[in-house]
Design a protein around this ligand. Structure first.
Ligand SMILES: Nc1nc2c(ncn2[C@@H]2O[C@H](COP(=O)(O)OP(=O)(O)OP(=O)(O)O)[C@@H](O)[C@H]2O)c(=O)[nH]1
Ligand SMILES: [Mg+2]
Length: 452
């Protein structure tokens, strides 16, 4: 392993702020502490110490608070130093420049986290979670990153690994001493245990379908006939007078998108032009866009004026209105419902609303949040969401274990089963980073920011 050098980076974004943080990590830290703070003794570890940073010309750069971390205890596992200085980019630059002049080099993106991983302080799922934690833009994305950072997935992997090692030990005992029978194949036998681990792995891998929803958010198209209250719905959902509302049919022409606040995940609602037969070229162009938006959305809100006879919707839209993907907003509940409405698209779940003012906004947002979780478009509060990389390794592991189980059914081929178990173990190792693949690590950490 090449000898570790010392790295430096600003850990806070460039710009003016009350304070900024600079991190230094590596073997030069103890010497550096003595030089820049002009001290004979080292700073006591893990204690915040006010100090003045002097540059190589002995000029004071800033009054800072320094915390020294020692090897083994620090985040990276190495000697490291955290400087909190005043948040002026000129000061940050001076500290960086002075550190460089003293033999320290600038850190690459994610290098601090990479060091923490390489020194075994965190596993790969936790390293990835740090990037997710910083980029999370909704409560649920944050909660999911926090659970991964706390090592929840790593603990599952450790448990699966232990269980699999035990199965492997039994298979190997049989290979070495073939006169000894394999354990009886009951619910606790190797075959049953392999199936159980494989099914748990596949179950957890499936949660990765929510990874994209947490990263990119969910897109909702508001569709329906003109004048049904689509723009009123967008305004109610967003809590703003975002879209023009008018008694004139055909008000909205261009589609209009806005973020829906107060939900645990990111949701964008798109208001669209009403769909009807029209001779106006402009309105027809608007309707074409409405259909495109409906196609591209994860979920549809079909707004219907419930006081009128059911609308005559174009077949292209009706084809998109599947029960899993659609909620029917039975609007204008302040007016008597038209009797024919109950037979209109009866397969769709209905939510009765009055969108004249903001009174149903809260109910609407809450129901929508629940429905999106129930329809499996967003993760629930209890769900651990694994990443796509984790899911791929889990599925490969599950496949190997199912293959191993296949070799334990007649004709029993214990060697082949053991080989598949070992392959399963390798895939489990990939999840937490027990791998020897520099290129993969380079790619992974390159997506981090500098200073992390
Ligand atoms: N009585 C009643 N009127 C409503 C309700 N919701 C909306 N409206 C009225 O219905 C009319 C049309 O509302 P919009 O929100 O502009 O309808 P839209 O579906 O966006 O219409 P287009 O953009 O023309 O397709 C307006 O006059 C609203 O005030 C409701 O719950 N009850
Ligand atoms: Mg409108």
């Amino acid at each position: 392993m090449p000898e570790l050098d010392t790295i430096v980076a600003a850990a806070t974004p460039s710009g003016r702020s009350a304070l900024a943080v600079v991190r230094i990590d590596g073997p030069l830290v103890p010497t550096l502490c003595q030089q820049v703070f002009r001290r004979k003794t080292l700073l006591a570890p893990r204690e915040a110490r006010p100090a003045i940073w002097y540059d190589l010309e002995n000029q004071p750069v800033d009054q800072v608070v320094a915390v020294r971390w020692v090897q083994g205890v620090s985040f990276t596992g190495n000697d490291s130093l955290e400087i909190t200085c005043h948040g002026n980019p000129l000061i940050v630059r001076k500290i960086l420049t002075d550190a460089l002049a003293r033999g320290v080099r600038l850190a690459a993106p994610g290098e601090f986290t990479r060091r923490a991983f390489l020194s075994g302080k965190i596993d790969l799922t936790q390293a990835e979670a740090i990037a997710d934690l910083i980029h999370a833009s909704s409560a649920r994305a944050l909660a999911s990153a926090q659970r991964l950072l706390a090592g929840e997935l790593g603990r599952h992997v450790a448990r699966w690994t232990d269980q699999l090692l035990q199965v492997l030990a039994e298979l190997e005992a049989h290979i070495d001493f073939p006169e000894e029978d394999l354990p009886p194949e009951d619910a606790t036998g190797p075959l049953a245990r392999l199936h159980k681990i494989a099914s748990e792995l596949s179950g957890y891998a499936r949660t990765a379908r929510h990874d994209q929803a947490l990263r990119e958010g969910i897109r909702l198209a508001v569709v329906g006939a003109p004048n049904a209250g689509k723009s009123s719905l967008l305004n109610a959902l967003t809590g703003q007078e975002r879209a023009l509302v008018s008694a004139e049919a055909g008000t909205t022409r261009d589609y209009l998108e806005a973020a829906v606040p107060h939900l645990p995940f990111n949701l964008t609602a798109v208001d669209t032009a009403g769909l009807r037969t029209s001779s106006s070229a402009l309105e027809l162009a608007g309707m074409k866009r409405s259909l495109e938006q409906a196609q591209a959305a994860h979920f549809l809100l079909l707004v219907v004026d419930y006081s009128l006879a059911p609308p005559d919707l174009p077949a292209e839209l009706l084809a998109l209105l599947t029960p899993e993907r659609t909620l029917l907003i039975a609007n204008k509940s302040d007016l008597p419902a038209h009797p024919a409405q109950k037979d209109f698209l009866p397969q769709l779940t209905r939510l009765h609303t009055c969108l004249l003012d903001g009174r149903d906004a809260e109910k609407l947002r809450r129901s929508l949040g629940e429905i999106l979780v129930a329809r499996d478009l967003a993760p629930g509060a209890e769900d651990l969401v694994v990443g796509v990389r984790h899911a791929e390794a889990m599925l490969q592991a599950a496949k190997a274990l199912e293959a191993a189980a296949g070799h334990l059914a007649a004709p029993i081929q214990t060697e082949l089963a053991a080989a598949q178990c070992r392959e399963g173990l390798d895939h489990l190792g990939e999840i937490i980073g027990r791998i020897d693949n520099e290129r993969m690590l380079d790619k992974l950490f390159a997506s981090f920011c500098i200073g992390k």
